[in-house]
Design a protein around this ligand. Structure first.
Ligand SMILES: Nc1ncnc2c1ncn2[C@@H]1O[C@H](COP(=O)(O)OP(=O)(O)OP(=O)(O)O)[C@@H](O)[C@H]1O
Length: 228
């Protein structure tokens, strides 16, 4: 699904955030990305949905070379990838239903298809009863569930999450984790950057560790451990 070959990324300020990354992530995998702050985790995952472009090297997403992709084709790529952030990034003036529906309206789905899909994903994340509420009326965990619903409403092949439990208490983090596991069980690939040791050590999955812009560990059913 994702293949990175010799990916190097230097920001304009001279910081090298990827220093020769090789990786392959296969359809259906659940992958944690761990490593110390500033290691290059966000840069690594931003390059997967072309939020950042490498300085050199190649990145394939389902056979398409993202480094050669024209800007006009980027929206098409984004429809195949759902993204979840630590700070939710919901639209404050839209209610739960509208926040999720928005992702489909921009791609001009029919109203009946939108209703069907939004209803389904709100059910999946357990927010059917809160569909008419606004983001500021929701708890952090509920807001994150809206943002997950929004990320999957297009039925993406890949969901990328950057510290999705970073702002949540431990119990709520577990609920969010279960939702990601449910999505993964449907065959969707999940790539999740996280600092949550408890989750990584309890729900064992592939662990890719990044330090200083390099992959320093890649283990199946790995632990969280890294030296700070
Ligand atoms: N847009 C940018 N411009 C310049 N430097 C950047 C930019 N984004 C990130 N960096 C730098 O690149 C390095 C890697 O950053 P990145 O955000 O990828 O790390 P991270 O592992 O996700 O960190 P954290 O766990 O703190 O989120 C850091 O030194 C950071 O300051």
């Amino acid at each position: 699904m994702i293949v990175m070959k010799n990916v190097y990324k230097k920001y304009p300020n001279g910081v090298v955030a990827s220093n020769g990354i090789h990786i392959e992530i296969t359809k259906g995998e659940f992958v944690y990305v761990v490593g110390p702050s500033g290691a290059g985790k966000s840069t690594f995952i931003k390059m997967m949905y072309r939020e950042e472009v490498p300085t050199s090297g190649t990145i394939y997403f389902n056979g398409t070379d993202l480094t050669k992709m024209r800007s006009k084709d980027v929206p098409f790529l984004r429809r195949q990838i759902g993204v979840v952030f630590q700070d939710f990034k919901l639209l404050p003036k839209l209610n739960v239903y509208e926040n999720v529906a928005y992702a489909l309206e921009v791609i001009e789905e029919t109203p009946s298809a939108i209703r069907k899909k939004v209803t389904e994903v709100l059910e999946l994340v357990g927010l059917t009863q809160k569909a008419r509420m606004f983001p500021n009326e929701l708890s952090g965990g509920e807001q994150q569930r809206v943002s997950i619903a929004r990320s999957i409403v297009n039925s993406p092949k890949l969901v990328i999450a950057d510290e999705p439990t970073g702002n949540l208490d431990p119990d709520t983090s577990w609920e969010i984790m279960k939702i990601f596991e449910r999505i993964n069980a449907h065959g969707t690939t999940i790539v999740m950057a996280t600092h949550n040791k408890e989750i990584v050590d309890t729900r064992r999955n592939r662990v890719i560790q990044i330090e200083g812009g390099l992959i320093t560990r890649d283990e199946y059913e790995g632990e969280y451990r890294y030296e700070i």
